[in-house]
Design a binder for this molecule. Sequence first.
Ligand SMILES: [Zn+2]
Length: 69
Amino acid sequence: MNLSFLPADMNWRCQSCGATLQPGMVELHYLGNVFRVELPVCPSCSAVLISEELATGRMLEIEQLLEDK
Ligand SMILES: [Zn+2]
């Protein structure tokens, strides 16, 4: 299952090193399942940024998808 967690604007910067974040695929483990999600990733230090608002909304979608099984 591939999901995108990318924000509408990709003008995000890494909080650690200030580099501009780029889209990257990250494995996310949630409720015993593994999802491959697209998230903003720092090309310099590999930090992954998950917006809390974005993650909460997407997690609700994931839970609904799982319940539909
Ligand atoms: Zn960084």
